[in-house]
Design a binder for this molecule. Structure first.
Ligand code: ATP
Ligand code: MG
Ligand code: MG
Ligand code: MG
Length: 523
């Protein structure tokens, strides 16, 4: 039956309280003691040291609703947002944790009771599937979980085996790790067939939604790769609140739940009513990014050109740009901050304190970005339109069954100068109605160079316009320019950014220089 998002959050926490868990407030999105982590991205983050046994608390069972951001870093869902029904940059992860107390048997029983019992969530069992770890990389199949799910009443044909990629969790290369079980909900055939959401990412994610992940921390991996059984195995689970809400509110998308509809409505008031799918995606993106930006700034992150602040800037600017796509070029995101506060301060009272400050930061970023964009975006739009137009003309010529040789010289010369090289038979062969038009990389680089338009801004804009961005060509042009700059300047660092952009960048917070995640530089 229908349950509001707040009700689901509260019910989850209360359920685990009745099972002896301590309700712990969400930790900050900026991880307190973990420089390897860009943003808090799971409920277990704040308990990492407890799981490692280096920190002790006066409880050994906890339950939380954790603020999470998955943008930048290892888990990056940023590009998915707006185009899948169930990925957000910011989302709330509901979880229960056992620190060496109960293990698999209780974790499975609790999850199943909460999800299916009519007293709690009452989700119909015939809509549910579960997965277990099938055994891989020298780790045996999770026989125990399989038996426990069977005993719980899940029929064998609803239990699926998955490999390590999906169903084996590890904290790092060494340390606690173990198999997982995930609970999926079947949205029904309607979900697979309802248009309106692009699915450019391959997997058919439209029908079966992963709602809850149960991690069984069972082993300790040593430096030589060997697994030892943990003397006190632990439990870490995570359920996406927004997904749970879509299930319980009978809607196909997280964005149609009450956690999002007021924000989307507000976004439409501040920009424009959406009339087509692209515009609807823009409203979803604005709503999502407003949540992420509000919570990130509230937790102390500021827009910057590096580190966490860069990811925040990217999120904010992406939101602002979608407002522009809807015709709004005045600051509007600052108002979204208050909409987020109104919806979320009940669960996260810190927003009451921070909203005014957050709105100021957001507005400053909107004004700054407007200056960059005013000049650059117009050029970019023209470039994208010209790319489309050029491609359409090529296509037309080809469909008129002219061959390359029979194209008028003048047209050939014009097109060749557009592509920056003579059009070859191969180029000609590639032209097809289903192929995407492409923006020449050197032309995009020229905009980057002259106006300081961020690269991701351009690739994003191209992606959203259904135009291929020639990243190789862009990089080649960039490398060429850098070589040129080195040769003629000697010692003049970073001269490739435009004066406008350098001026703007000066005012930025510079807290982080570089940030490494999993050994790789993220930013
Ligand atoms: P998916 O495979 O759908 O990307 P995941 O396996 O990466 O999800 P987990 O790391 O297992 O996700 O996180 C636990 C739960 O958090 C998931 O079962 C899901 O309900 C939720 N979740 C994960 N990523 C997102 C996201 N980007 N937006 C909203 N909810 C999410
Ligand atoms: Mg994921
Ligand atoms: Mg998954
Ligand atoms: Mg998962």
């Amino acid at each position: 039956q229908y349950r509001s998002g707040s009700d689901i959050r509260e019910t989850f926490l209360r359920f685990f309280e009745t099972k002896g868990h301590r309700r712990v407030h969400s930790s900050s999105l900026v991880p307190a003691n973990d420089p390897t982590l860009l943003f808090t991205n799971a409920g277990m983050n704040q308990f990492k040291d407890v799981f490692l046994g280096v920190e002790h608390r006066d409880y050994n069972r906890a339950t939380t609703s954790q603020k999470c951001v998955r943008a930048g870093g290892k888990h990056n869902d940023l590009e998915n947002v707006g185009f899948t029904r169930r990925h957000h940059t910011f989302f709330e992860m509901l979880g229960n944790f056992s620190f060496g107390d109960y293990f698999k048997k209780d974790a499975i029983a609790y999850a199943w009771e909460l999800v299916t019992s009519p007293e709690w969530f009452g989700i119909p069992k015939d809509r549910l599937y579960v997965t277990i770890f099938k055994g891989e990389n020298g780790v045996p199949r999770d026989e125990e979980a399989y038996k426990l799910w069977l005993e719980t009443g899940v029929p064998a044909e609803r239990i699926f085996e998955m490999g390590a990629k999906d169903n084996f969790w590890q904290m790092g290369d060494t340390g606690p790790c173990g198999p997982c079980s995930e609970i999926f909900y079947d949205m029904g055939i309607e979900a697979a067939e309802t248009p309106g959401v692009n699915k450019p990412f391959g997997e058919d994610d439209a029908r079966y939604v992963e709602i809850w992940n149960l991690v069984f921390m069972q082993f300790d991996r040593s430096a030589n790769g060997e697994l030892a059984l943990l003397p006190k195995p632990s439990i870490d689970t995570g359920a996406g609140l927004e997904r749970m809400a879509s299930v319980m509110q009978g809607v196909l998308s997280n964005f149609e739940t009450d956690l999002f509809t007021p924000l989307i409505k507000r976004a439409a008031e501040l920009t424009a009513e959406a009339t087509d799918d692209r515009q609807k995606a823009s409203l979803r993106i604005i709503a999502d990014h407003a949540r992420a930006a509000t919570f990130l700034i509230s937790d102390g992150v500021l827009p910057a050109n590096e580190g966490r602040g860069y990811v925040l800037r990217k999120i904010l600017r992406r939101g602002i740009r979608h407002g522009r796509l809807l015709g709004q070029d005045k600051p509007f995101m600052r108002e979204m901050v208050y909409a987020v506060r109104d919806e979320m301060a009940g669960a996260y009272p810190e927003l009451n304190e921070s909203a005014d400050r957050v709105a100021k930061v957001v507005e400053a970023e909107e004004r700054q970005f407007a200056r960059v964009l005013e000049i650059g975006a117009r050029q970019l739009d023209q470039l994208l339109a010209k790319s489309k137009d050029t491609y359409a003309r090529l296509l037309e010529a080809k469909q008129a069954e002219k061959n390359l040789a029979s194209m008028p010289n003048e047209a050939l010369a014009e097109l060749s100068s557009w592509f920056g090289r003579p059009i070859s038979e191969e180029d000609w062969g590639d032209i097809a109605p289903q192929a995407n038009p492409s923006v020449p990389g050197d032309k995009a680089f020229h905009l980057y160079e002259t106006f300081g338009l961020p690269l991701d801004f351009m690739t994003d804009a191209a992606h959203d316009a259904g135009i291929h961005f020639d990243l190789d060509g862009f990089e080649a042009a960039r490398a060429e320019e850098q070589a040129r700059a080195r040769a003629s300047w000697k010692g003049g660092a970073k001269q490739s950014a435009s004066p406008v952009y350098r001026e703007l960048a000066k005012t930025d917070f510079e807290g982080y220089k570089t940030l490494r995640v999993d050994g790789a530089e993220v930013l």
